[in-house]
Ligand binder design. Structure first.
Ligand code: SF4
Ligand code: SF4
Length: 288
């Protein structure tokens, strides 16, 4: 049976950081939005618990989820379900880590961690990465490829455990000269996949069949970048429209999208770590 990979994004839009390149910087959610986000996540978790197919989940909140107890609870609970192969979250790693990680299944829980220079120190960030490693938890680490981040990126790569992959996201609206591309490729050998948008119109993409995007109200879309809904998760209506179809967008420029393009070899490159962005070459499971 194939695995259904789900990218989940609830209403949460607040963040404890103030990154100058982000529309969610220091945004606060009113209490009613936080309550709605928690209820939506608990509903989603219940749906996954009852599902009858192999599932992997990546939480992709607009803001920061790991500082909220309900995301930590969902990560632990989902990691312990037999039919869930992986549960991961995109995070700035600012949240408290000790005390709850030990309750999760370390073979299933994973983290997609972003270092934001100016918002925390490299020491604090690396200490959080060390905590993940100490718990035997898979994680990738990365940075936005802005020119002013390059020195920090080199230091991050140098001080990180060599077994941990360090990715670089091409900065939105920024074009890279050949020399700049080479400089960033020294940090992330796979930067070439991020630096140029992938032409995707009419291309075969696994989203809609083996991967879907789910919003807090259960709206199912093939991916975060194609707004047309397939149906709803909770009434099962999306299943009637589940299936392969070509991409309707001109380009796909975000890893969480283009990793699923069948025209790229990324299911092989990231085998075993597709959702949390860990290349097979960096996976502790390789060779098993
Ligand atoms: S940590 Fe992420 S969500 Fe928060 S402000 Fe920075 S980029 Fe935005
Ligand atoms: S190629 Fe990208 S934009 Fe197109 S359907 Fe796939 S994930 Fe979505």
């Amino acid at each position: 049976m194939t695995t259904l990979r789900i990218l989940y994004r609830g209403p949460l839009a607040s963040c404890n950081y103030d990154c100058p390149y982000c529309p969610f910087a220091k945004r606060r959610d009113p209490p009613e939005r936080l309550r709605a986000d928690r209820a939506a996540l608990e509903r989603f978790t219940a749906w996954v618990r009852a599902a009858d197919e192999p599932i992997e989940v990546l939480f992709t909140p607009w803001g920061e989820g790991l500082t909220r107890s309900w995301y930590r609870t969902a990560l632990v609970e989902l990691s312990r379900l037999e039919h869930v192969g992986r549960v991961a979250i995109q995070t700035n790693l600012a949240a408290r880590l000790d005390g709850w990680l030990g309750a999760a299944d370390p073979s299933k829980l994973a983290f997609w961690c972003t270092f934001h220079p100016g918002q925390t120190t490299i020491e604090r960030f690396l200490a959080a990465c060390t905590t993940l490693s100490r718990h035997g938890l898979r994680h990738s680490v990365g940075i936005v490829g802005l020119p002013e981040h390059h020195a920090a990126a080199l230091e991050l790569r140098q001080r990180l455990d060599p077994q941990v992959y360090c990715w670089v996201n091409a900065a939105e609206g920024h074009t890279y000269s050949a020399a700049e591309e080479a400089a960033w490729t020294a940090v992330d050998p796979l930067f070439g996949y991020s630096v140029r948008p992938h032409r995707s119109l009419g291309a075969a993409c696994r989203t809609g069949a083996d991967a879907i995007s789910v919003l807090g109200d259960g709206t199912v879309r093939r991916c975060h970048f194609v707004p047309e809904p397939l149906g709803n998760l909770y009434d099962g209506s999306w299943q009637a429209r589940r299936g392969p179809r070509p991409c309707p967008n001109g380009v796909c420029d975000c890893h969480i999208g283009y990793v699923h393009l069948e025209t790229l070899p990324l299911y092989d490159v990231f085998a075993g770590g597709i959702l949390e962005r860990i290349p097979h070459a960096f996976s502790a499971d390789r060779g098993r």
